[in-house]
Design a protein around this ligand. Sequence first.
Ligand code: 6PG
Length: 246
Amino acid sequence: MNPRVEEIEAKLFAGVVADEIIASLNDAIADKGRAVAALSGGRTPGTIYRALSCPPRVSEVDWSKVVLLWGDERWVPKSDGQSNFKLAHETLLGLLSEAKPTVHAVDTSLKTPALAAAEYAKQIKALGLPERAAVPVMDLVLLGMGEDGHTASVFPHSGLCAVKGELCRAVKHPSDGSERVTMLPEFLFAANRVLFIVSGSNKSDTLRRVLRDEGAEEDLPARCFKRANERVTWFVDSAAAQGLQA
Ligand code: 6PG
């Protein structure tokens, strides 16, 4: 079975994805009494998080039953403009007045990214997630995709697609060497629901290659979606979907 691919007009994109996030969180809460979700970073999700923070959507989820993690984090202070935690705090977490989610952010105050990755994995294991083939299962993972086909901070030719038995790793961005902590594909794609959010014409060729070609995961890490196929939905705006018309 193939993943669901939803092409959405740019002006409707944030609302449609926010509604899907709410539905996924509420399904998990109805099923287990809580929802464990990993947020994405980058530029795309900001409008989606803001849509979640506004009425009526903001009261459509009991945030006190939501546990939030991050699929990846840049090795910067939480106050830094590059921080994925700061992005979510400014557009969602800091705007929730009543019920607040339980938040587990990567601790970028530790001595090294490797120590933070190990600590993060410990925090995740302490959540007592159910497992699929010995891999902890989150309820929802939100992922972006870079022009090079990376997702979270799993970059091409990193060797991380093949790693088993680990949840997180410290990595370096291949072009600027900036340090990051990322969840690994085995963990990310074990989730019950994986929502990719891809917008902009600059992504259209990569999106076509990821969805249509048989390229290797190591060349285009977003191709790891094939591991979760029917549990994946791609939300793409019309500009990113141009490459799919051909
Ligand atoms: C990050 C993200 C990264 C992002 C893609 C797409 O920390 O930057 O996790 O994987 O989702 O690079 O980024 P844009 O949404 O900015 O295009």
